[in-house]
Design a protein around this ligand. Sequence first.
Ligand SMILES: [Fe+2]
Ligand SMILES: [Zn+2]
Length: 443
Amino acid sequence: MSFKLDVVRCGRHMVRCSRSAGARRNWKYPPRLQLRTLATTTEKPLVSSSSDHLKFSYPNANSNLRRSSLPNFWLRDNCRCSSCVHQDTRQRNFNTFDLPEDIQPSQIHTNEDGIKIQWSGDGHESFYPWDFLEFYLNSDKREPEPIKLEYFGTQGPHNSRSWPPTLKYNDFSANETGAVGRLTDFIRRNGFAFVTDVPVESAEPTEKLLEKIAFIRQTHYGGFYDFIPDLALADTAYTNIALGAHTDTTYFTDPAGLQAFHLLSHTGPSSENNSGVNLGGQSLLVDGFYAASILKKEDPKAFEVLSRVKLPWHASGNKGITISPDKLYPVLEVDESTGKLHRVRWNNDDRGVVPFDSEYSPVDWYKAARKWHDILRRESIEYWFQLKPGNLLVFDNWRVLHGRSAFTGVRRICGGYINRDDFISRWRNTNYPRDEILKRVIG
Ligand SMILES: [Fe+2]
Ligand SMILES: [Zn+2]
């Protein structure tokens, strides 16, 4: 069933003519009643037009809509037709501000699938499916994909079926998209994942594998790295110091989203017999979101202070390089619209001077940061493991802190950073149908 209506301007209001099954009637309404019934089906709302809105009313008066109308200009701006949305780039293909501010429908045509509107002025035709209209009648905006984070401690998450989250290198040749989807989904939910059986003869297979997620990020240190210690030093036993749990690149406006390590080899000093020698170098991961949830529970004020006091961060160790973020950032960034923890930024060595102009004093900050530091060092939340050649570790650097114990001998490590946005894009596109992604991202 469908209806077609001509809409003619009449002073401030509109007079409409309805054609239904060839019949044409005149509609007369008191001017104060902007809402006019144009069309209905048993399931679909009654649609009517006012000077600046399209109004929707459901026959069921109890319908709990978030709103009962959508602005004309908003509708025209969100036309989904192939000339308004570039079909290749999905970009808006017209200048919103060329549209008249008081644009109105001249014809409205409804059917089972949606509403077709012909607009006044240029006579452009738009079609809005019911699911698009009803979504925005019921919701304010599209939300990101729902995700249930699984916090981990020493033993992994509660009720974990498989710990730690692991894939095999061969999974990627068997079904690349499926494997990348599982890898990125593990990282998204659990904060990290391992890929086992990665070739160790060269760094190239590791680099190629990481590039299946997204391109490797360039920084002032370079891009993908393959660190081979100076062999002249390899004859001398040396100890590399322990590193406490931290996130990397706190000094970037947009810290590295993912970080990857692959220990290609670890050999003892050549003067020693390597067999049975404990070379140390245990690796540490700490779930910063889990740690922050503990902080919030045990000391809400400390959580508040670490999320409110914005700090300077810097990288100044290389000649000619002084990097600092675009503005000050707190240790715990909370998303203002959801109230949820969004990002952890923690490397005490890269932190600048605690400022005096915050709502909390430096003394408050040090007290809160000490509590945070103590939680990060609790045995119950530290996840220790030995990096082994063949095992690639990839983790979420916005959530998971990393560190290591002291080690002896020579380690050859390769790895790199991947941008957050590129990681999320890859996760989306390997875990959701394209249609659903476009709906969420574009609307
Ligand atoms: Fe690091
Ligand atoms: Zn259009």
